[in-house]
Ligand binder design. Structure first.
Ligand code: SF4
Length: 279
């Protein structure tokens, strides 16, 4: 026997072993393949896919809510500067730059007692007016503006304050903010939105604008606020900025706009904060 060769033996079962068969591979187990793009959840009964809407701070329903709540909280908001005529309001508004309305209201009664008409102011040299308005700050520039405006009104407009934006802007020291105050408050003429420090701050916090300059902020606000609301909106936002939405430590817990506001510097919030929403 050749070494290493093992003779084939009959199987103990009595059956001869046949040739080796190749086993057929069993079919793979059927498992549920994961979906690469799961379908969006269905909404309500309609069966239509529900898409998450991108937040739009200028959405008309949001803006309307802001206007409604401002109306409810400040139904009688108006200009805080005391005045009895368009001229007195114009002077008071010029004096209110970088000064509180309370201070201006202390200065103007004495001033108008001393100089009752436009012509009285027009006859002054600016230096003569300076001592009377000194406490309002920036008194040299303000004296030039008031006397310059009085002279222009006396020479070109018969001593009357015109109900016209372009004419008002031709007066020394009068920019759109002052013109809007006079036109809106005295003439009830909605020519624009008053943009002062309060309107700027609140509009930024509420994400109504991202602009920095007063003119561009006003343009944005005029686009999203209905014209018939421009005058009230201006007064209401100024009141809101003074009473709740102060520059430091705004009173968010008492604010009627709280759940519509995502300002980054809120002191209390029930909604998510938007880092870019800041003064
Ligand atoms: S919630 Fe706060 S930051 Fe926002 S508008 Fe109101 S007071 Fe201003």
């Amino acid at each position: 026997m050749v070494r290493g060769t093992i003779p084939r033996q009959p199987a103990k079962t009595g059956r001869h072993e046949g040739p080796r068969r190749t086993l057929k591979p069993s079919p793979p187990l059927r498992t549920k393949a994961p979906r690469l793009n799961p379908p969006l959840p269905k909404s309500g009964n309609s069966g239509a896919p529900r898409y998450v809407k991108k937040y739009d701070p200028l959405a008309p329903e949001r803006v309307n809510q802001i206007l409604k709540r401002l109306d409810e909280r400040y139904p009688k908001a108006t200009c805080a500067l005391h005045h009895k005529s368009a001229w007195e309001l114009l002077v008071a508004t010029i004096l209110s730059a970088q000064c509180t309305d309370v201070r201006v209201n202390m200065v103007t009664p004495v001033l108008f007692e001393k100089y009752p008409t436009v012509q009285h102011f027009a006859a002054l040299k600016p230096e003569e007016l300076e001592p009377d308005i000194r406490s309002t700050g920036f008194f040299r520039n303000k004296a030039k503006s008031v006397v310059g405006a009085a002279r222009k009104l006396a020479s070109d407009f018969g001593g009357e304050v015109p109900n016209d934006m372009e004419k008002l802007l031709s007066l020394p020291g009068v920019a759109r903010k002052t013109a809007n105050v006079v036109l809106g408050t005295w003439f009830h003429n909605p020519t624009g939105v008053v943009v002062d420090t309060h309107v700027t701050r609140v509009s930024h916090r509420l994400e109504l604008t991202r602009q920095e300059s007063a003119d561009k902020i006003e343009q944005d606000l005029m686009r999203i606020i209905p014209r018939e609301r421009w005058i009230d909106f201006s007064h209401q936002v100024i009141w809101h900025g003074r009473r709740h939405c102060m520059a430091r430590s705004p009173k968010c817990a008492e604010c009627p706009l709280e759940n519509l506001c995502h300002a980054a510097d809120k002191t209390w919030s029930t909604v998510e904060i938007h880092k870019a929403a800041k003064p």
